[in-house]
Write a protein that binds this ligand. Structure first.
Ligand SMILES: NC(=O)c1ccc[n+]([C@@H]2O[C@H](COP(=O)([O-])OP(=O)(O)OC[C@H]3O[C@@H](n4cnc5c(N)ncnc54)[C@H](O)[C@@H]3O)[C@@H](O)[C@H]2O)c1
Length: 273
């Protein structure tokens, strides 16, 4: 059910041009928000501008660059007058098994997935405090924070970091009326997971491991994320809500052997969209 929880409110959404981020933007706009979409995908930003018109400001934002994050927050103020809530979605999968990881691969995953979340929280919370309002921050973690995927140690560790950071930020920012929570999705069908959902054996292994027997959709995650970003969650902070069709109550598919059985290599960062 779509209500009007974000009428008159202003949000920023990183990685909002695709997948889960785009799902969150759709739900926010449907509920009355105006949104700055930060992403590095120029074509995706153009498509978002066409879909949402004056409800959004698309902005080229590389979350690896602190100046870009600061500019995204500033754009919410210049475009729409203030900032009420923030959805830090950007993250990067892949990496590879621990034994073969290069320092550059570790840095790449940590930078987009964890370091960016630190910097986003810093700039978003500073804006809430500067305008003298409370605010809500929602980070996108993953079930891999607590149920690691084989061959993705840097990603698993980065997402565990996002869960811990969510708690630390909630602890420090509560006195300002700022809530910080996270959503931990299970497997969601997006460009990022095409190598998993597009492989019949692997897709079946995920279905077997998921009590609700289907991959998630971006709108499944958007429902939980907007709940945490809304007044419905006014007394909820420091929490990670795992939204996964029940997957965390079973086991995680053994990805390395599944790829091997399909005569395929698990993609590394460079192979992913
Ligand atoms: N899809 C899943 O199964 C799943 C599960 C758990 C967590 N997540 C997390 O959800 C988030 C979104 O993933 P998705 O599945 O929607 O992926 P997606 O591939 O659909 O979208 C990723 C978006 O991030 C943008 N992006 C990449 N690098 C960026 C950067 N440096 N700065 C700004 N934007 C950048 C891309 O341009 C793209 O628009 C990620 O943090 C991911 O780790 C996804």
């Amino acid at each position: 059910m779509i209500t009007n929880r974000f009428a008159g409110r202003v949000a920023v959404v990183t990685a909002g041009a695709s997948g889960i981020g785009l799902g969150i933007v759709r739900r926010l706009v449907a509920e009355g928000a105006r949104v700055v979409i930060g992403d590095i995908d120029k074509e995706g930003l153009k498509r978002a501008a066409e879909e949402f018109g004056t409800h959004v400001t698309p902005l080229h934002t590389d979350v690896r660059q602190e100046a870009d994050i600061a500019a995204m927050v500033e754009t919410a103020v210049t475009s729409f007058g203030r900032l009420d809530c923030a959805f830090n979605v950007a993250g990067m999968g892949g990496g590879g098994p621990v034994l073969g990881l290069s320092a550059e691969e570790i840095d790449a995953v940590l930078s987009v997935t964890l370091r960016s979340t630190f910097l986003c929280i810093k700039h978003e919370a500073s804006q809430f405090i500067a305008q003298g309002s409370d605010g809500a921050i929602v980070n996108i973690a993953s079930i891999n924070a607590i149920q690691p995927a084989e061959g993705s140690a840097s990603y698993n560790a980065a997402k565990a970091g996002v869960v811990s950071l969510t708690q630390s930020a909630a602890l420090e920012l509560g006195e300002h009326g700022i809530r910080v929570n996270a959503v931990g999705p299970g497997l969601v069908g997006t460009p990022m997971t095409r190598s998993l959902t597009g492989n019949p054996a692997i897709a079946q292994a995920y279905r077997d491991a998921t009590p609700l027997q289907r991959p998630g959709r971006p709108e499944d995650i958007a429902g939980a994320a907007t709940f945490l970003g809304s007044d419905d969650a006014a007394w909820t902070t420091g929490q990670t809500l795992y939204v996964d069709g029940g997957q965390t109550v079973t086991g995680y598919p053994r990805l390395l052997r599944l790829f091997e059985q399909s005569n395929m290599k698990m993609p590394k960062i460079a192979d992913q969209d």
